[in-house]
Design a binder for this molecule. Structure first.
Ligand code: GLU
Length: 282
């Protein structure tokens, strides 16, 4: 008889700023799932983007999570300490000939965009400009050191893997549809990996059975499913939770909308129970 699976989920904030009530909701969703299913919730700090992440936020985030009453097994996985793991995955994708260099700037992509572009998980679907570059021109630019990212040949990947699906605890079986993904970036210009690649590798390396995260990542899960198939990694079950709306802005809680931080709430005398109430948990 097979032994029942031990549930392992995770909370994975990016230290681009301090935590706000939306993060508190997400953390309680992840730790709450682990508690309900008799499992464990791990903590991961997703800081691969040196232009947006500030390491000085990490101890403040840990402090906020302790204040919320949460505890996790050590060590915390800090993505920037594991670049070798991501490099190995990228090498494997190169060996499968699934990547191509893209030299486009954001402005060039916007200018090349047809009027009615499908929105993918990372914005408008890439029009494929650099996929069609001649080999000599590609080499010339590489030799000249023109900054470039590396994109996934998504249609080729799906032809290689065959049709894919993944399981969401709320939405059920979800098919992967390459036309709504496009050739996404897997190695960024400013860092030798990407969110999609690192999160897929880490979920596998940390033995995550249930990925708990916000609905804003629902569309990205198809990319992660393709990467799992290409890299021979297991596929967890997904638990995408709703995003909390900040009543003061009418938009989701976000640093970019200047949402109040947990630190500010604490300084103003609010308690953990107040925060839970703010996000509709009690
Ligand atoms: N690091 C992402 C964030 O802070 C979470 C993504 C995930 O859980 O897969 O939004």
């Amino acid at each position: 008889m097979m032994s029942p699976m031990t549930v392992i989920t995770r909370f994975a904030p990016s230290p681009t700023g301090l935590l706000h009530p939306g993060h508190a909701y997400a953390a309680y969703a992840a730790f709450g799932l682990a508690e309900r299913l008799g499992g464990t919730c791990l903590l991961r700090i997703e800081n691969i983007d040196p232009t947006r992440c500030k390491d000085e936020n990490i101890p403040l985030i840990l402090d906020d999570l302790h204040w919320l009453g949460l505890a996790w097994p050590e060590p915390v996985r800090i993505q920037s300490h594991h670049m070798d793991d991501y490099r190995q995955a990228i090498d494997k994708l190169h060996a499968l000939d699934m990547l191509y260099p893209c030299f486009c700037t954001r402005a060039e992509i916007a200018a090349a965009q047809p009027q009615q572009t499908v929105e993918g998980p990372d914005g408008p679907i890439y029009p494929g400009t650099c996929r069609h570059l001649g080999a000599a021109e590609r080499q010339r630019r590489m030799d000249a050191g023109v900054p470039h990212s590396w994109r996934l040949k998504t249609d080729k990947a799906l032809a290689h893997t065959g049709a894919l699906t993944w399981q969401d605890m709320h939405a059920g079986t979800v098919p992967v549809e390459g036309d709504f993904i496009g050739d996404v970036i897997l190695v960024r210009k400013e860092t030798p990996t990407s969110y999609h690649l690192s999160v897929t590798v880490d979920d596998a390396l940390q033995g995550i059975t249930h990925v708990t995260r916000g609905m804003d990542m629902f569309g990205a899960t198809g990319i992660h499913r393709i990467l799992q198939a290409l890299l021979d990694l297991p596929t967890p079950t997904y638990n995408h939770h709703p995003l909390m709306i900040d009543p003061t802005t009418g938009k989701r809680y976000a640093k970019s909308y200047r949402s109040v931080t947990l630190q500010e709430l604490r300084a103003g005398g609010k308690t953990r129970a107040d925060v839970r109430h703010m996000v509709g948990l009690d």
